[in-house]
Design a protein around this ligand. Structure first.
Ligand code: MN
Length: 580
């Protein structure tokens, strides 16, 4: 434990140390006697989490929150106590980390991207994400102590959620570490296969690069480039596995198993280096990549080229400046360091403003690198654009993406139109709520249904999504049609039997019963009717039918006073009618 603490102290800014030390002592006290499943003292885990983060130059708040991140969840200490001892900000960070723990990948999610978005949305602060990533990385190293099934779930969650987020943030080193630590538990057979089959290639590749390094260096210097660093970069196992999958497991298609990385002073030297390499060795067609002029969506910059190198061996060169290198490894964290160094507007990581969101911070970050490819960047932005969206769970853990202000009515229609049509009530996080309740990120929503229940017109007031609104309207329309149809059935019987057998004899001669066929009543031609005496409708008059108690259907002009009166009193007895 002492060695971890010493390491943290070595890396921390001296002025931060008293605050960090206070957090360390607090955590040691709080976790006293607690053991991890591996048998070690519990506090070693949060300390190592802080150690991972201390590599990036975070302030004392982030480091303290990392040190204290499990105190709230795993000891009796409350958030209030934490706030009293360490202040509001650290409490906020710890609460955020604990909120994120509730988010679990179950392997059944249809839209993993939504889960990633939810992760970001729930985090609210980039520092919370980074603490969570470091927490996960350390937990991966002790996965062997867990039951295989649980270990596999955590490993898959890492590959599907955590590593892609690290990648989005441009943190290549953390992403690679997360992936490789998870790989063995997520896909044990494949991991073993890679290990057994590529060990020699890796070793051989490294040896070869070590052998040619001096001559590469000599050539560069001779041509006016002073490399700051040349090193062999072995491809990480998981990244190799993914690439092999793309190429039907054909190893001969992998040219960058071990690449030679050349770090130089500035961008001019990058291009000069590439020119020298191309002069010495023939480049492969289609393998020259200028990620300096056209950075990758996550901000990655470098020149890549593959050449037929010494002894004709195909070799990839990755050429970059020191800043590009740090950014590729540390991503968003490197940005803070560089903006500080340059004396630019200091980037202080803080709560993500709701309307801005992390993606805008990322955009600022990218802008500060003077990126020249807005299209490509916008492409990547689209995936992450979730302003005005919320993400809620079904009780089974599926995620439903809805617009902000969505209600349980929207939720139920997004699950299934039947659920929507028959919903009788809703629970949010286990509590009964009204249909007009606004859902929030991370809410677990449960809908109660009854097959007899039907949508009501009121629901339109609560529905925010077009889908729900359309379904409700459709239902109302079809139920009106049904009513109309059943009216018609009654009418048919009424008109055929009743009118001719019982009513007809009573009708005065002047009210002669019209032959059927002239007037269409509710879409039917063969319904008997009489023309009202009061308004005497004639052909081309707009007309309407009224179901009388004793005389069958009377046809009135639509603007007839009596018809209007009847409409007011017995609207359900009116029926559509028109001249044939
Ligand atoms: Mn933890």
């Amino acid at each position: 434990m002492n060695t971890i603490v010493e390491e943290i102290k070595k890396r921390a800014e001296p002025s931060y140390w008293p605050k960090i030390e206070k957090a360390i002592n607090f955590a040691i006290q709080a976790h006293k006697g607690q053991k991890r499943l591996t048998g070690e003292d519990y506090v070693r885990h949060p300390l190592r989490t802080a150690l991972i983060l201390s590599e990036f130059r975070f302030g004392p708040k982030t480091l303290s929150a990392a040190i204290l991140h499990d105190v709230y969840e795993d000891t009796p200490i409350t958030l209030e106590t934490i706030e009293k001892n360490f202040g509001k900000d650290i409490r906020f960070l710890i609460e955020g980390v604990s909120n994120l723990s509730k988010l679990k990948y179950r392997g059944t999610e249809r839209h993993v991207e939504n889960l990633r978005k939810l992760f970001i949305v729930m985090a609210q602060d980039i520092r919370i994400i980074l603490i969570k990533l470091a927490d996960r990385l350390d937990n991966l190293n002790t996965l062997y102590a867990l039951e295989p099934e649980r270990a596999k779930r955590i490993a898959m969650e890492t590959l599907e959620i955590y590593a892609p987020i690290a990648h989005r943030l441009g943190m290549g080193d953390l992403k690679g570490k997360l992936e490789d630590a998870a790989f063995a538990f997520a896909f044990p057979k494949e991991f073993e296969w890679i290990q057994n089959n590529f060990k020699d290639e890796y070793e051989e590749g490294k040896k070869y690069l070590e052998r040619i390094k001096p001559s590469v260096k000599k050539e560069l210097v001779k041509n006016g480039v002073i490399p700051l660093e040349i090193h062999a970069r072995p491809k990480r196992y998981y990244s190799l596995y993914k690439k092999l999958q793309k190429y039907q497991m054909d190893i001969t298609k992998i040219y960058d198993l071990v690449a030679l990385r050349v770090v130089v002073k500035d961008i001019e030297q990058c291009y000069l280096t590439m020119a020298i390499v191309h002069k010495l060795w023939k480049p492969m067609i289609g393998r020259i990549k200028d990620y300096i002029a056209l950075p990758k969506p996550n901000g990655y910059r470098s020149l890549h080229t593959t050449v037929f190198c010494v002894d004709g061996r195909i070799t990839e060169f990755q050429i970059r400046t020191k800043q590009m290198h740090d950014e590729a490894e540390q991503g968003i964290a490197a940005h803070w360091q560089y903006s500080e160094k340059k004396g630019l507007k200091k980037y202080i990581p803080g709560p993500i403003k709701k309307e801005l969101g992390w993606i805008n911070q990322l955009r600022d970050w990218q802008r500060s690198f003077k990126q020249t490819s807005p299209d490509e960047f916008l492409e990547s932005l689209k995936i992450d654009f979730f302003k005005d969206r919320i993400f809620v769970f079904t009780p089974k853990g599926d995620i439903v993406e809805l617009p902000e202000d969505a209600t349980p009515i929207d939720f139920s229609y997004h699950i299934h139109s039947d659920i929507g049509d028959h919903c009788t009530g809703a629970k949010v996080n286990g509590k009964l709520v009204n249909f007009n309740t606004r859902l929030k990120n991370g809410d677990i929503v449960e809908i109660m249904t009854n097959p007899k229940n039907q949508p009501s017109r009121d629901w339109l007031k609560f529905a925010r999504t077009g889908l729900a609104k359309n379904r409700i309207k459709k239902f109302i329309r079809s139920s009106l049609e049904k009513k109309e149809k059943s009216k018609l059935e009654v009418l048919k019987q009424f008109s055929q039997k009743f009118i001719f057998e019982k009513i007809a004899p009573q009708i005065k001669k002047t009210e002669k019963i019209e032959k059927t066929g002239k007037i269409i009543i509710s879409g039917e031609k063969n319904i008997s009717h009489n023309l009202a005496k009061c308004c005497k409708p004639k052909k081309r008059d707009e007309i309407i039918g009224y179901i009388t108690k004793t005389k069958g259907i009377s046809i009135h002009k639509k603007d007839c006073k009596n018809a209007k009166l009847l409409k007011k009193k017995w609207p359900s007895k009116l029926i559509n009618a028109s001249w044939n």
